[in-house]
Ligand binder design. Sequence first.
Ligand SMILES: NC(=O)c1ccc[n+]([C@@H]2O[C@H](COP(=O)([O-])OP(=O)(O)OC[C@H]3O[C@@H](n4cnc5c(N)ncnc54)[C@H](OP(=O)(O)O)[C@@H]3O)[C@@H](O)[C@H]2O)c1
Length: 271
Amino acid sequence: MLKDRRLAVLGAGKLGETLIQGLLEAGAIDRSRVTVTTAHGPRLELVRERLGVAGTLSNAEAVQDADIVLLAVKPQQVPLVMSEIGGVLRPSQLLISVAASVSAAFIEKHLREPVPVVRAMPNTPCLIRVGMTGIAMGKHARQEHLEIARRIFEAVGRTVIADEKHMDAITALSASGPAYIYIIIESLAEAGVKVGLPRDMATELAAQTVVGAGEMVLRTGEHPAKLKDMVTTPAGCTIDGILELEDGGLRVTLIKAVVCATRRARELLES
Ligand SMILES: NC(=O)c1ccc[n+]([C@@H]2O[C@H](COP(=O)([O-])OP(=O)(O)OC[C@H]3O[C@@H](n4cnc5c(N)ncnc54)[C@H](OP(=O)(O)O)[C@@H]3O)[C@@H](O)[C@H]2O)c1
Protein backbone atom coordinates (compact mmCIF):
# COMPACT_ATOMS: atom_id res chain seq x y z
CA MET A 1 0.00 0.00 0.00
CA LEU A 2 2.80 2.44 0.86
CA LYS A 3 5.05 1.26 -1.92
CA ASP A 4 2.94 2.83 -4.68
CA ARG A 5 2.69 6.17 -2.84
CA ARG A 6 4.94 9.09 -3.64
CA LEU A 7 6.54 10.51 -0.53
CA ALA A 8 7.97 14.01 -0.11
CA VAL A 9 10.08 14.60 3.00
CA LEU A 10 10.43 18.32 3.68
CA GLY A 11 13.51 18.89 5.83
CA ALA A 12 15.64 15.78 5.44
CA GLY A 13 17.74 16.41 8.54
CA LYS A 14 18.59 13.92 11.28
CA LEU A 15 15.07 12.64 11.80
CA GLY A 16 13.92 12.89 8.17
CA GLU A 17 16.92 10.90 6.97
CA THR A 18 16.56 8.40 9.82
CA LEU A 19 12.93 7.73 8.88
CA ILE A 20 13.62 7.36 5.16
CA GLN A 21 16.56 5.04 5.88
CA GLY A 22 14.43 2.93 8.23
CA LEU A 23 11.54 2.75 5.74
CA LEU A 24 13.88 1.81 2.88
CA GLU A 25 15.50 -0.92 4.94
CA ALA A 26 12.07 -2.23 5.93
CA GLY A 27 11.15 -2.36 2.22
CA ALA A 28 8.13 -0.18 3.03
CA ILE A 29 8.81 2.51 0.44
CA ASP A 30 10.32 2.64 -3.02
CA ARG A 31 13.31 5.01 -3.27
CA SER A 32 12.30 6.01 -6.81
CA ARG A 33 9.12 7.54 -5.34
CA VAL A 34 10.82 9.60 -2.63
CA THR A 35 11.75 13.28 -2.92
CA VAL A 36 13.52 15.22 -0.17
CA THR A 37 14.12 18.90 0.51
CA THR A 38 16.60 20.72 2.74
CA ALA A 39 17.46 24.39 3.24
CA HIS A 40 20.99 24.15 1.86
CA GLY A 41 22.43 22.61 -1.32
CA PRO A 42 25.35 20.68 0.26
CA ARG A 43 23.05 18.88 2.70
CA LEU A 44 20.65 18.07 -0.15
CA GLU A 45 23.46 16.55 -2.22
CA LEU A 46 24.64 14.50 0.75
CA VAL A 47 21.18 13.08 1.47
CA ARG A 48 20.45 12.40 -2.19
CA GLU A 49 23.70 10.54 -2.53
CA ARG A 50 23.34 8.60 0.73
CA LEU A 51 19.72 7.55 0.17
CA GLY A 52 19.55 7.43 -3.63
CA VAL A 53 16.39 9.56 -3.71
CA ALA A 54 15.37 12.66 -5.68
CA GLY A 55 15.82 16.10 -4.12
CA THR A 56 15.03 19.77 -4.59
CA LEU A 57 15.46 22.97 -2.61
CA SER A 58 11.85 23.92 -3.43
CA ASN A 59 9.24 22.66 -0.97
CA ALA A 60 6.39 23.69 -3.28
CA GLU A 61 7.90 21.67 -6.13
CA ALA A 62 8.48 18.63 -3.88
CA VAL A 63 4.86 18.43 -2.70
CA GLN A 64 3.35 18.93 -6.15
CA ASP A 65 3.28 15.22 -7.12
CA ALA A 66 3.41 13.67 -3.65
CA ASP A 67 0.70 11.48 -2.15
CA ILE A 68 2.18 11.78 1.35
CA VAL A 69 4.10 14.80 2.61
CA LEU A 70 6.24 14.38 5.71
CA LEU A 71 7.02 17.69 7.37
CA ALA A 72 10.30 17.20 9.27
CA VAL A 73 11.75 20.69 9.63
CA LYS A 74 12.43 22.28 13.04
CA PRO A 75 9.31 23.74 14.70
CA GLN A 76 10.58 27.30 14.11
CA GLN A 77 10.77 26.61 10.35
CA VAL A 78 7.21 25.32 10.09
CA PRO A 79 5.52 28.73 9.51
CA LEU A 80 7.87 29.48 6.58
CA VAL A 81 7.47 26.05 5.00
CA MET A 82 3.69 26.15 5.47
CA SER A 83 3.58 29.56 3.76
CA GLU A 84 5.28 27.89 0.77
CA ILE A 85 3.10 24.77 0.58
CA GLY A 86 -0.18 25.80 2.23
CA GLY A 87 -1.68 26.97 -1.05
CA VAL A 88 -0.33 24.05 -3.09
CA LEU A 89 -1.52 21.08 -1.02
CA ARG A 90 -4.76 19.34 -2.01
CA PRO A 91 -7.30 17.32 0.04
CA SER A 92 -6.26 14.15 -1.84
CA GLN A 93 -2.81 14.39 -0.23
CA LEU A 94 -1.86 13.57 3.35
CA LEU A 95 0.36 15.83 5.42
CA ILE A 96 2.17 14.16 8.31
CA SER A 97 4.05 16.49 10.64
CA VAL A 98 6.72 15.26 13.04
CA ALA A 99 7.53 18.77 14.28
CA ALA A 100 7.50 18.93 18.06
CA SER A 101 5.23 21.52 19.65
CA VAL A 102 3.35 22.42 16.44
CA SER A 103 -0.35 21.61 16.70
CA ALA A 104 -2.41 20.25 13.82
CA ALA A 105 -4.60 23.37 14.17
CA PHE A 106 -1.57 25.61 13.60
CA ILE A 107 -0.75 23.73 10.40
CA GLU A 108 -4.39 23.69 9.26
CA LYS A 109 -4.50 27.50 9.61
CA HIS A 110 -1.98 27.72 6.76
CA LEU A 111 -3.89 25.42 4.39
CA ARG A 112 -6.08 26.81 1.62
CA GLU A 113 -8.03 23.56 1.30
CA PRO A 114 -9.16 20.97 3.92
CA VAL A 115 -6.05 18.81 3.64
CA PRO A 116 -5.87 15.89 6.10
CA VAL A 117 -3.15 16.43 8.70
CA VAL A 118 -1.74 13.78 11.03
CA ARG A 119 0.75 14.60 13.77
CA ALA A 120 3.38 12.02 14.60
CA MET A 121 6.09 11.97 17.22
CA PRO A 122 8.71 9.29 16.44
CA ASN A 123 12.14 8.73 17.99
CA THR A 124 15.59 8.04 16.56
CA PRO A 125 15.59 4.22 17.14
CA CYS A 126 13.30 4.22 14.06
CA LEU A 127 16.66 4.03 12.23
CA ILE A 128 17.03 0.41 13.34
CA ARG A 129 13.28 -0.23 13.26
CA VAL A 130 12.84 -0.27 17.03
CA GLY A 131 11.25 3.15 17.15
CA MET A 132 8.30 4.41 19.18
CA THR A 133 5.86 6.82 17.58
CA GLY A 134 2.80 8.58 18.95
CA ILE A 135 0.21 9.49 16.29
CA ALA A 136 -2.71 11.94 16.49
CA MET A 137 -5.32 13.09 13.98
CA GLY A 138 -5.98 16.63 12.81
CA LYS A 139 -9.40 18.10 12.02
CA HIS A 140 -9.69 16.89 8.40
CA ALA A 141 -7.97 13.52 8.85
CA ARG A 142 -10.03 10.34 8.74
CA GLN A 143 -9.37 6.79 9.86
CA GLU A 144 -7.75 5.91 6.52
CA HIS A 145 -5.18 8.69 6.99
CA LEU A 146 -4.39 7.50 10.50
CA GLU A 147 -3.97 4.03 9.04
CA ILE A 148 -1.43 5.25 6.44
CA ALA A 149 0.55 7.07 9.14
CA ARG A 150 0.40 3.99 11.32
CA ARG A 151 1.76 1.82 8.52
CA ILE A 152 4.63 4.21 7.91
CA PHE A 153 5.71 4.27 11.54
CA GLU A 154 5.00 0.59 12.20
CA ALA A 155 7.51 -0.21 9.46
CA VAL A 156 10.12 1.33 11.75
CA GLY A 157 8.86 0.34 15.22
CA ARG A 158 5.83 0.51 17.48
CA THR A 159 3.05 3.06 17.39
CA VAL A 160 0.42 4.37 19.77
CA ILE A 161 -2.62 6.33 18.66
CA ALA A 162 -3.03 9.27 21.00
CA ASP A 163 -5.21 12.26 21.62
CA GLU A 164 -3.47 15.36 20.31
CA LYS A 165 -3.41 16.93 23.78
CA HIS A 166 -0.88 14.26 24.79
CA MET A 167 1.64 14.95 22.02
CA ASP A 168 3.90 17.23 24.10
CA ALA A 169 4.07 14.58 26.81
CA ILE A 170 4.90 11.93 24.22
CA THR A 171 7.60 14.24 22.85
CA ALA A 172 9.13 14.55 26.32
CA LEU A 173 8.88 10.85 27.15
CA SER A 174 9.59 8.71 24.10
CA ALA A 175 11.01 11.19 21.56
CA SER A 176 13.51 12.70 24.03
CA GLY A 177 13.66 9.42 25.95
CA PRO A 178 16.54 7.77 24.08
CA ALA A 179 18.81 10.59 25.33
CA TYR A 180 17.87 9.83 28.94
CA ILE A 181 18.47 6.12 28.43
CA TYR A 182 21.86 6.71 26.77
CA ILE A 183 22.91 8.58 29.91
CA ILE A 184 21.73 5.65 32.03
CA ILE A 185 23.65 3.18 29.84
CA GLU A 186 26.74 5.38 29.91
CA SER A 187 26.53 5.63 33.71
CA LEU A 188 26.04 1.88 34.18
CA ALA A 189 29.02 1.25 31.90
CA GLU A 190 31.13 3.70 33.91
CA ALA A 191 30.03 1.85 37.03
CA GLY A 192 31.13 -1.41 35.43
CA VAL A 193 34.55 0.11 34.74
CA LYS A 194 34.72 1.33 38.36
CA VAL A 195 34.19 -2.23 39.62
CA GLY A 196 36.80 -3.62 37.26
CA LEU A 197 35.08 -4.59 34.01
CA PRO A 198 36.60 -3.82 30.60
CA ARG A 199 34.73 -0.82 29.09
CA ASP A 200 33.41 -2.63 26.00
CA MET A 201 32.06 -5.46 28.09
CA ALA A 202 30.50 -3.04 30.59
CA THR A 203 28.75 -1.12 27.78
CA GLU A 204 27.38 -4.31 26.24
CA LEU A 205 26.18 -5.57 29.61
CA ALA A 206 24.46 -2.24 30.33
CA ALA A 207 22.85 -1.81 26.89
CA GLN A 208 21.53 -5.37 26.63
CA THR A 209 20.18 -5.10 30.18
CA VAL A 210 18.14 -2.05 29.15
CA VAL A 211 16.88 -3.89 26.04
CA GLY A 212 15.98 -6.99 28.07
CA ALA A 213 14.21 -5.06 30.83
CA GLY A 214 12.19 -3.09 28.24
CA GLU A 215 11.22 -6.27 26.41
CA MET A 216 10.15 -7.89 29.70
CA VAL A 217 7.77 -5.02 30.40
CA LEU A 218 6.33 -5.11 26.86
CA ARG A 219 6.05 -8.88 26.45
CA THR A 220 4.85 -9.88 29.92
CA GLY A 221 2.55 -6.89 30.39
CA GLU A 222 3.51 -7.01 34.09
CA HIS A 223 3.84 -3.90 36.21
CA PRO A 224 7.53 -2.85 36.29
CA ALA A 225 7.45 -2.91 40.09
CA LYS A 226 6.52 -6.60 40.05
CA LEU A 227 9.35 -7.38 37.62
CA LYS A 228 11.72 -5.43 39.88
CA ASP A 229 10.60 -7.49 42.87
CA MET A 230 11.48 -10.66 40.92
CA VAL A 231 15.11 -9.49 40.78
CA THR A 232 15.27 -8.36 44.39
CA THR A 233 16.14 -11.27 46.71
CA PRO A 234 15.64 -10.52 50.43
CA ALA A 235 18.94 -9.35 51.92
CA GLY A 236 20.57 -9.82 48.49
CA CYS A 237 22.73 -7.35 46.60
CA THR A 238 20.02 -5.78 44.33
CA ILE A 239 18.22 -4.21 47.29
CA ASP A 240 21.46 -2.48 48.29
CA GLY A 241 21.73 -1.05 44.77
CA ILE A 242 18.07 0.04 44.86
CA LEU A 243 18.61 1.81 48.19
CA GLU A 244 21.37 3.88 46.61
CA LEU A 245 19.13 4.74 43.63
CA GLU A 246 16.34 5.88 45.97
CA ASP A 247 18.81 7.87 48.07
CA GLY A 248 20.12 9.56 44.91
CA GLY A 249 16.57 10.43 43.81
CA LEU A 250 16.64 8.60 40.45
CA ARG A 251 12.84 8.28 40.28
CA VAL A 252 12.14 11.92 41.10
CA THR A 253 14.88 13.06 38.73
CA LEU A 254 13.42 11.08 35.83
CA ILE A 255 9.90 12.32 36.58
CA LYS A 256 11.15 15.92 36.72
CA ALA A 257 13.05 15.44 33.44
CA VAL A 258 9.85 14.44 31.63
CA VAL A 259 7.79 17.19 33.30
CA CYS A 260 10.36 19.88 32.31
CA ALA A 261 10.74 18.54 28.77
CA THR A 262 6.92 18.50 28.37
CA ARG A 263 6.79 22.15 29.41
CA ARG A 264 9.56 23.00 26.96
CA ALA A 265 7.82 21.07 24.17
CA ARG A 266 4.86 23.42 24.55
CA GLU A 267 6.94 26.52 23.86
CA LEU A 268 9.32 25.34 21.09
CA LEU A 269 7.35 26.96 18.29
CA GLU A 270 7.66 30.41 19.89
CA SER A 271 11.39 30.17 20.64
N1 LIG B 1 15.67 14.35 16.43
C1 LIG B 1 14.70 13.65 17.03
O1 LIG B 1 14.95 12.67 17.76
C2 LIG B 1 13.25 14.00 16.79
C3 LIG B 1 12.24 13.16 17.29
C4 LIG B 1 10.90 13.47 17.02
C5 LIG B 1 10.59 14.61 16.30
N2 LIG B 1 11.57 15.42 15.87
C6 LIG B 1 11.20 16.62 15.08
O2 LIG B 1 11.77 16.48 13.79
C7 LIG B 1 12.04 17.77 13.28
C8 LIG B 1 13.46 17.78 12.73
O3 LIG B 1 14.38 17.52 13.77
P1 LIG B 1 15.87 17.10 13.44
O4 LIG B 1 16.49 16.72 14.73
O5 LIG B 1 15.87 16.15 12.29
O6 LIG B 1 16.46 18.53 12.95
P2 LIG B 1 17.58 18.83 11.86
O7 LIG B 1 18.59 17.73 11.82
O8 LIG B 1 18.06 20.22 12.11
O9 LIG B 1 16.80 18.78 10.46
C9 LIG B 1 16.04 19.82 9.98
C10 LIG B 1 16.21 19.85 8.46
O10 LIG B 1 15.32 20.81 7.95
C11 LIG B 1 15.95 21.44 6.87
N3 LIG B 1 15.32 22.75 6.65
C12 LIG B 1 15.42 23.88 7.37
N4 LIG B 1 14.68 24.86 6.83
C13 LIG B 1 14.08 24.31 5.73
C14 LIG B 1 13.22 24.80 4.75
N5 LIG B 1 12.76 26.06 4.78
N6 LIG B 1 12.83 23.98 3.76
C15 LIG B 1 13.26 22.69 3.70
N7 LIG B 1 14.10 22.16 4.61
C16 LIG B 1 14.51 22.97 5.61
C17 LIG B 1 17.39 21.57 7.27
O11 LIG B 1 18.17 21.70 6.10
P3 LIG B 1 19.75 22.05 6.14
O12 LIG B 1 20.39 20.88 6.80
O13 LIG B 1 20.10 22.19 4.70
O14 LIG B 1 19.87 23.31 6.94
C18 LIG B 1 17.61 20.24 8.00
O15 LIG B 1 18.10 19.27 7.12
C19 LIG B 1 11.82 18.77 14.38
O16 LIG B 1 10.60 19.44 14.18
C20 LIG B 1 11.75 17.92 15.63
O17 LIG B 1 10.87 18.48 16.58
C21 LIG B 1 12.90 15.14 16.07
